[in-house]
Design a binder for this molecule. Structure first.
Ligand SMILES: NC(=O)c1ccc[n+]([C@@H]2O[C@H](COP(=O)([O-])OP(=O)(O)OC[C@H]3O[C@@H](n4cnc5c(N)ncnc54)[C@H](OP(=O)(O)O)[C@@H]3O)[C@@H](O)[C@H]2O)c1
Length: 263
């Protein structure tokens, strides 16, 4: 299926590794020009050169922290100057630390809100005017299954991401008249460094091997395995496309059936 986005420009935040990187690859495969960024210069440059080797698209790679407004402003300015605008925003970031209520103090809460809520709001604030000019835009937020079913030991993530869902649902209503669509994707367990770190932590806590911890994490997933970043990227690419033209304000999990609720 031709998704109808060849030649468009996507800004993919936090995209040197994992889910963000897989989404950048999927968009490049559709002929979308890319602006990608993360904090590590070496990692983002490596990812950019992998994409350039495989796909005939323009790739701008920048170093920026998604919570640093000046750095984000610079990425947006350079993207507009180099690639001519931004049609698609993939709002992604790292995840906050694992832990329980007693483990965290005010600065931890502030950091989590900046990472997984305020950064997405800031990116949207700066990029929506560019989309409005073209009467076309797609915003895809990468959140977590935690927005549908909070995860034990991830209180910072559970809290900050819930706010993003309220924000994006409201935004989707406000932007519908401009043909700017806003949707959320909830990863369940996707095999990236983030899930590897969680498995290592669980292995250490339970004094079991890493492989055993991964097996334990697969047990309660109906599809009996952890997903791949590419499986999630396929949905992100669709939601970012022309073909998703009647979808906005949705929150969809990619979780192998892990969520046991109806929605
Ligand atoms: N994997 C899962 O199963 C899963 C499940 C639920 C939710 N999620 C969420 O999905 C998102 C992506 O997860 P992932 O598994 O792909 O993580 P990952 O493999 O650890 O990759 C995170 C990416 O984000 C970049 N990054 C981290 N903090 C950043 C910051 N402050 N500014 C800019 N870039 C930043 C990292 O690059 P640098 O280090 O170079 O900055 C890296 O490219 C996270 O919010 C995660 O919590 C993932």
């Amino acid at each position: 299926m031709d998704l109808g986005i060849k030649g468009k420009v996507a800004l993919v935040a936090a995209s040197s590794k994992g889910i963000g990187k897989a989404i950048a690859f999927a968009l490049a495969d559709e002929g979308v020009n890319l602006s990608i960024f993360s904090r590590s210069k070496e990692e983002i440059e490596r990812t950019a050169s992998e994409i350039r080797t495989r796909f005939p698209v323009d790739v701008l790679a920048s170093t920026a922290d998604v919570t640093n407004k000046e750095q984000v402003d610079r990425v947006i300015e350079e993207t507009v100057k180099t690639l001519g605008g931004i049609d698609i925003l993939i709002n992604n970031a790292g995840g906050p630390p694992f832990g329980f209520f007693e483990d965290f103090e005010s600065p931890d809460w502030q950091s989590a809100l900046e990472l997984n809520l305020l950064s997405g709001i800031y990116l949207a604030k700066k990029i929506v005017p560019l989309m409005k000019q073209k009467s076309w835009g797609r915003i895809v937020n990468i959140t977590s299954i935690a927005v549908k079913q909070p995860i034990d030991g991830l209180i910072l993530s559970n809290t900050s991401r819930a706010g993003l869902i309220g924000f994006s649902k409201t935004l989707s209503n406000e932007l519908a008249e401009y043909n700017i669509l806003v949707n959320n994707i909830c990863p369940g367990r996707i095999y990236t460094d983030r899930i590897k770190a969680l498995a290592e932590k669980r292995a250490a806590q339970a004094n079991i091997k890493y492989e055993k911890a991964i097996e334990e994490m697969e047990k309660d997933i109906p599809l009996q395995r952890i997903g791949t970043p590419e499986e999630l990227a396929a949905l992100a690419c669709f939601l970012a496309s022309e073909k998703a033209s009647y979808m906005t304000g949705t929150t969809i999990q990619v979780d192998g059936g892990l969520l046991r609720g109806l929605f």
